[in-house]
Ligand binder design. Structure first.
Ligand code: SAH
Ligand code: SF4
Ligand code: F3S
Length: 477
């Protein structure tokens, strides 16, 4: 095999060409092993994080397939296993170590097996140390900034016995034009920006995903046009804070302007986006959403806490009143919108009164759905250093109280449109009952309805017959 091309901690101008060369070299190797063993080599990929991680995993799978691997759902029969990890809360990390132990046993039975670890957890020095020490059978460890180098790292691993570790602290480069394998044929995530500059005091994401970088509008538009040509009807624009999209580009553009451009692309029927930080949500965005025929009637607007005192300590840069005002404005301008949110319980110093403030916001805003999390201390974040970490038993009680309020209100809100006719994107055959199709309303709610699987990927007219709390039962019209 040819020598590895050496690129140190930076992406070259023609980076994707270089990576395609590595893919080709890996393919030769994978095919030669397949010839030797008389069976195709298989790869297993697991994504443990958010939509952005899922999008990264699609790129990894795209590369693995071009290398000649067949994808499998069975980890035990895989010749290549890759975990794309998340570290936003501690329990995510613990799961990874548990699975790694099991992988070690599998690897003993398959001498061709390669194990790769990547994603946000790998950006933490103590995690990499632990893998080096306790899981020395892992072949490749890389982080979030150099995912484009995957083929090169696999190639290097095919040519060496030791563990290959390549973690970058940060990057200002965006590598375009890498292969990607979509999970669904009819919908797709599209990265519009990477990283985060907000440094909410509890959050590890800015440390493991680096500084905010926006993709150029033309690159995004070209990707969406290509997706549309491939039959995609729904796209989800992805970024940690999409409302600050475009601010640091050479030719600045707002998120709302980008949406207007994407709306013009033929074939795309639905546009979603994640996530919106309340502090940066502009009137321009509300107007664009209101006027749009394609932007879905759903806004995920993370609250985190309803107590202005805690919000300040969280470095969220809005108050309870700012948030309530914003939510009311959005509901007034776009009455059929569903508002959803994320809430953290148990932030350092949080009292029962603070939790009551959060519940008060939940009562006023009346979310259609909300994710509630117990605060998890992340080493390296400012909140981890704060005094008055809340004892676990207190958190549990407050958490349950909040969860009940959230669920009761969500069920009441969802009931309101029972009986109505809705446009539903049919997404898959129901996992429990194969006579049902599971689809999604514009407002992101789930509905199950009787239909043939040929409707998958199309937008169907469905009447909502019954609301079951989190989801609806519907019938095709
Ligand atoms: N960029 C998005 C959120 C990314 S993380 C935003 O700003 O909204 C997704 C959610 O995980 C956050 O909204 C928050 O509610 C939760 N989260 C982040 N760090 C956490 C921590 N240390 N403990 C518990 N939940 C956390
Ligand atoms: Fe984390 Fe805050 Fe950035 Fe969201 S905006 S990723 S919560 S630091
Ligand atoms: Fe997790 Fe990284 Fe996403 S920490 S939530 S996978 S950005």
């Amino acid at each position: 095999m040819a020598d590895a091309i050496n690129i140190e901690n930076t992406a070259a101008e023609n980076e994707s060409d270089i990576q395609y060369q590595y893919i080709e070299k890996c393919r030769e190797y994978v095919c030669s092993i397949a010839d030797k063993t008389g069976r195709p080599l298989k790869a297993f990929s697991k994504c443990m994080g958010c939509q952005m991680n899922a999008k990264d995993s699609e790129k990894l799978i795209g590369i693995l397939k071009l290398m000649g691997y067949e994808m499998t759902e069975e980890e035990s029969e895989a010749d290549f296993v890759i975990y794309n990890t998340c570290t936003v809360r501690e329990n995510a990390n613990l799961k990874v170590y548990g699975r790694l132990g099991m992988l070690g046993t599998l690897k003993k039975k398959n001498r061709f097996m390669k194990i790769a670890m990547c994603g946000c957890m790998m950006q933490e020095a103590d995690v990499v140390e632990k893998i080096k020490k306790s899981y020395s059978f892992v072949d490749i460890v890389f982080g979030t900034h150099n995912i484009f180098k995957f083929a090169q790292l696999v190639y290097n691993s095919f040519n060496s016995d030791g563990m290959i570790i390549d973690i970058w602290k940060d990057t200002d480069k965006i590598v375009e034009d890498l292969p990607s394998e979509r999970k669904y044929s009819f919908k797709s995530g599209v990265n519009i920006m990477y990283g985060c500059n907000n440094f909410c005091s509890y959050c590890i994401v800015p440390y493991v995903r680096g500084r905010e970088r926006s993709r150029k509008p033309q690159d995004i538009i070209n990707e969406v046009k290509q997706l549309s040509a491939d039959g995609v009807v729904e796209i989800m624009l992805l970024g940690q804070n999409v409302n600050s999209y475009g601010k640091n580009l050479d030719e600045p553009i707002t998120f709302a302007q980008l949406l207007r451009e994407i709306e013009k692309i033929e074939g795309i029927k639905r546009i979603r986006f994640m996530t919106s930080h309340p502090k940066d949500l502009s009137d321009e965005l509300i107007l664009v959403m209101k006027e749009s025929k394609k932007i879905c009637r759903h806004l995920h607007l993370p609250l985190q806490s309803g107590s202005s005192r805690i919000l300040e300590k969280m470095n969220r840069r809005y108050t309870k009143e700012d948030y309530i005002k914003l939510a009311a404005k959005i509901r007034r301008e776009i009455p059929d919108i569903a508002l959803t949110t994320d809430i953290i319980v148990g932030f350092p110093g949080e009292t029962a009164e603070d939790v009551m403030e959060t519940i008060d916001v939940v009562r006023q805003v009346r979310y259609e759905s909300a994710f509630t999390f117990i605060y998890s201390k992340r080493t390296g974040t400012p909140a981890a250093q704060m005094e008055n970490q809340v004892p676990e038993n207190e958190v549990k009680e407050n958490f349950n109280m909040l969860l009940k309020e959230v669920q009761d209100i969500a069920a009441e809100e969802m009931k309101k449109i029972t009986g109505s006719e809705q446009e539903v994107l049919a997404e898959m055959v129901n996992e429990q009952d194969s006579s049902l199709i599971t689809g999604r309303l514009s407002n992101n709610s789930i509905v199950h309805f009787k239909a043939d699987k040929s409707v998958i990927g199309t937008i169907c007219k469905v009447r909502l017959i019954e609301c079951k709390g989190f989801y609806y039962i519907g019938e095709l019209i």
